[in-house]
Design a protein around this ligand. Structure first.
Ligand code: SIN
Length: 293
């Protein structure tokens, strides 16, 4: 049994992100140790465990410690025999891509278009794209929506109070080009949901900007042109370069991020190589959070 004293935390140096060392996620851990992980997660919003090699059962077991997994709507990319695990992958089998290759192609928070969006996402890197000259591609960028709100002046905060935004998973994705026809059909079929633009984090109580230009396209009661301009302005505030955390993947990484606090973008810079570069991840989203101002 692993205990809380084994843990070492190495902050990324950016506004969010930390590596958590001294833990083998395939082995049992006591509640105190898991409680310590949740505390570190609350402080850093994105945490990484390097060098893991989990079975699907072990991955599920770890994720279940956080909360119940969400049901996938991209059911065509579920791991056979493990319907909670989504393949984020460009790997082809029998001439067909087996995973959700378009994932993360715009700034977003996972499942913001759900009535009860997930608390956390857990992504386990099984294969990462490396060029012939050794460059690792496929980084993921993270931005703090809490820091973005904190830095707003009082007048701007007051102007955002009470606004409600429409979340549409199709959003700008219709234009990314990496989505398959089946993906686009799933996007279009998904219900569009309205949430408050300013959100209170359900666990930390901090206020944050819950809006992304990748998936939000309307603000209730506002002219569309004005709404899109405001959404674009807030997006620039959220993804300010000096506050970003760039995750450079290694095989075996287990990355956990807080969808109530951060947005992310997958860089998608590994397409078009010959031979193709493979990127293969397992993803589980957990928790069903309420969204309120
Ligand atoms: C995602 O948006 O959940 C996937 C991110 C990634 O593949 O880096």
């Amino acid at each position: 049994m692993q205990t809380a004293t084994d843990i070492e935390v190495v902050p990324s140096g950016a506004a969010l992100g930390a590596e958590v060392r001294g833990i083998d996620l395939s082995r049992p851990m006591d509640d105190r140790k898991f409680g310590e992980i949740v505390k570190i997660f609350g402080e850093h919003s994105v945490i990484c465990f390097r060098g893991q090699d989990l079975t699907p059962e072990q991955m599920r077991g770890f994720c279940n410690r956080f909360a119940e997994p969400q049901k996938l709507y991209m059911t065509h990319y579920a791991m056979p025999a493990h319907p909670d695990i989504l393949y984020i992958s460009n790997v082809q089998e029998d001439g067909k891509v087996i995973g959700y290759a378009d994932a993360g192609s715009v700034w977003h928070t996972d499942g913001s278009f759900e009535r009860q969006p997930p608390w956390a996402t857990i992504l386990h890197a099984r294969e990462i794209p490396v060029t012939a000259d050794g460059r690792v591609l496929g980084d993921t960028l993270f931005a703090s929506a809490v820091a973005a709100y904190d830095e707003l002046d009082d007048a701007t905060r007051a102007s955002l109070r009470g606004l409600r935004v429409r979340h549409d998973v199709a959003g700008r994705r219709r234009k990314t080009g990496t989505a398959t026809e089946e993906d686009n059909a799933k996007y279009e079929a998904k219900e569009k949901v309205i949430h408050p633009l300013v959100r209170t984090h359900p666990f930390t109580g901090k206020k944050l900007l819950y809006v992304s230009d990748g998936e939000c396209d309307r603000i209730e009661g506002m002219d569309d042109g004005e709404a899109l301009a405001l959404i674009a302005r807030l997006q620039r505030q959220i993804v300010r370069e000096d506050r970003l955390y760039r995750h450079r993947w290694q095989v075996g990484d287990v990355l956990v991020w807080d969808n109530c606090a951060v947005q992310h973008l997958a860089t998608h810079d590994y397409h078009g190589f010959n031979p193709p570069l493979r990127r293969h991840m397992w993803r589980i989203t957990v928790g069903h959070t309420d969204v309120y101002e």
